[in-house]
Design a protein around this ligand. Sequence first.
Ligand code: PMP
Length: 385
Amino acid sequence: SDNNGGGGEVEPSRGKPPVTSDSIVNLDHGDPTMYEEFWRGTGDSASIFIPGWQTMSYFSDLGGICWFLEPGFEREVRRLHRLVGNAVVDGYHVLVGTGSTQLFQAVLYALSPASDGTPMNVVSPAPYYSSYPSVTNYLNSALYRWAGDANTFDGDTCIELVCSPNNPDGGLRKPVIKSKSSKPVYDFAYYWPQYTPITEAAAHDIMLFTVSKCTGHAGTRLGWALVKDTKVAQKMIKFIELNTIGVSKDSQLRAAKIIGAICNGYEPVPSSGKTSQLFHFAKEKMAARWARLRAAVAASDIFTLPYELSGYCSFSNETVTANPPFAWLRYNKDDIEDLEAFLLEKKIITRGGTRFGVDARAVRVSMVDTDQAFNVFINRLATMK
Ligand code: PMP
């Protein structure tokens, strides 16, 4: 077969219809198809071949704490954090999950119920990632329950989800609940140099990451957690054992190869220069998109965006502006109540503010989709007055 990557013939992205100037553009999900261009250019450096007899056993690492963790994947994850400097890895357990979505549920299981046996409250400051309430409540668990906006939470025992940079508005966050019995869980899906300055090597008790938004391989369904406490790590592992008896080895081998290829692109003598540097590719792309979006929004005078953030990035060794993965677009007049519905009339699918715990005059728009989808979005936005 000549279609297994490796710079062969270009085939269209499967599963997504082509975008034309009058078609519906779906920017509801943060589907990271923007990254496809980069990976089409890396030749075989990120491809793997798995013979029929390989990856058959349930088990990956019987000697380690996480029996379903592929040692090669763990090695590349640690190497990536050392390269980027966004998190401390020494003294941390690395756990793998089917997306960080599964690890989030493993965390809820590990930290619940509250010490008096009642369901643990789960909170995050609004606007919060729309999956937090639904994933917390879908099983109607007696162990934990969604308790809403952390800013108005009136209690002290809780799990606080600290998403930084934040989905949907790109804000840089610290916990808002100061109580000793609150347990902050850091969702670092977007703490990568293409989105935000890397300002410190984070060293919190529980930190969640995902390949989805780092490399763009959302379909590989792989995330990892850095966990300090051994007992918490063991309970999270137990959850994944009960939930899915481990995590796809094929995905772990592929992710290890992909992460390894990213790191190799930053070795002292990169084989093919900047074209092989993922974070530089993605940062330039995001910056160009943000410049166009900000210009279109400034020209429209009916929309506003959050202020541009900037800071010194220890990875790039320069002051950089943040390029959040989503545009948090707000309508600033009062003749329209529901911005999602207004944009849908213009055939742009976005996600409305109420899903994030705020009003319907704000929407979230993906900034990581294909060039075609982004171009159509910008062109239509420019015509709205
Ligand atoms: N956390 C945040 C803040 C996200 O935006 C996403 C993806 N939209 C996830 C977690 C889940 O990522 P995944 O399950 O693909 O690893």
